[in-house]
Design a protein around this ligand. Sequence first.
Ligand SMILES: [Zn+2]
Ligand SMILES: [Zn+2]
Length: 141
Amino acid sequence: MKTIKIYCKECEIELTSELTEFPETNLHWEDYDQSIIEKGKFSFLKNTGSNKESIVVAIDDYNLVNHSDNYRFYGCCRSDGTNGLNKLCVNGHEVATEFSDCWTGHYIEFDDDKVIIEEKNRTIVFLKNETKNLLRKIIAY
Ligand SMILES: [Zn+2]
Ligand SMILES: [Zn+2]
């Protein structure tokens, strides 16, 4: 079970507190309009189309601010996540997308090209290959 923190790749500011791993297979995709994952957890998510991996977390209090462009939060009642990254670090770098509409699961997805993942323990040798790619910087904290 991995414990990580997520940082902005651009300015290296901390975006989340410690998060523990939640298996991708346990994400609640079948239930619309509610959280797909528990608070305080994270899951790696593989996009089967692009083969790109991202990190999903529950909607919660993080060190994030909303994008000033309301279009990024487009949806029939809240954000359906289809108009680009809508969550920024406090220094204004786009890092994540909020999904919170009535017809989507509710979560925040961090773009792995925009963030640094730090794992609490130096156990990189045991990680999967795709996870290693996410570990731009490993430190114990
Ligand atoms: Zn930043
Ligand atoms: Zn809606």
